[in-house]
Write a protein of this length. Structure first.
Length: 146
């Protein structure tokens, strides 16, 4: 009888371990699906002299877009090193010397650990200014991202 109980306990332990492994695999696959399939991610390298920064845009399903300025090409966002623009459809920018000028709806707080030789100057636009820039950005010398 004791032998049957020991066998049953060992089988139960193996089933619990198997359930945990299946659960962890499911969570991992879910994360990969959300990160690489259900997320629209765009990245653009902007070279300023010998240095560069990356403009990133990411949208989850049924979510507003979020834009970032980063020194890293990685898909992952680091809020201590990246400029973060929440609910942003697009950024308008132009480069002059060692400076990138960003025009947007709302200004991002400079991240505490952002390290780049490129100077970033942001300007918040009113709705009419933003609409005008949206329509005429090429003639005004700007580029749009995304």
């Amino acid at each position: 009888m004791k032998k049957l109980i020991c066998i049953a306990i060992n089988i139960l332990k193996k089933l619990i371990l198997l359930a945990i492994i299946i659960l962890l695999i499911g969570i991992g696959l879910g994360y990969l699906f959300i990160e690489y399939v259900a997320t629209d991610f765009k990245c653009k390298k902007v070279a300023v002299g010998k240095d560069c920064i990356y403009l990133k845009y990411r949208v989850y399903t049924n979510d507003n877009g979020k834009s970032f300025i980063s020194t890293s090409k990685s898909r992952f966002i680091n809020f201590s090193t990246d400029y973060f623009y929440e609910n942003t459809n697009c950024l308008f920018y132009h480069v002059k010397n060692d400076t990138i000028f960003i025009n947007c709806g709302e200004i991002a707080n400079p991240p505490p650990k952002f390290k780049s030789k490129i100077v970033i100057i942001q300007k918040s636009l009113s709705n009419p200014e933003f609409t005008n820039l949206y329509v005429n950005f090429k003639t005004l010398g700007y580029e749009r991202f995304p």
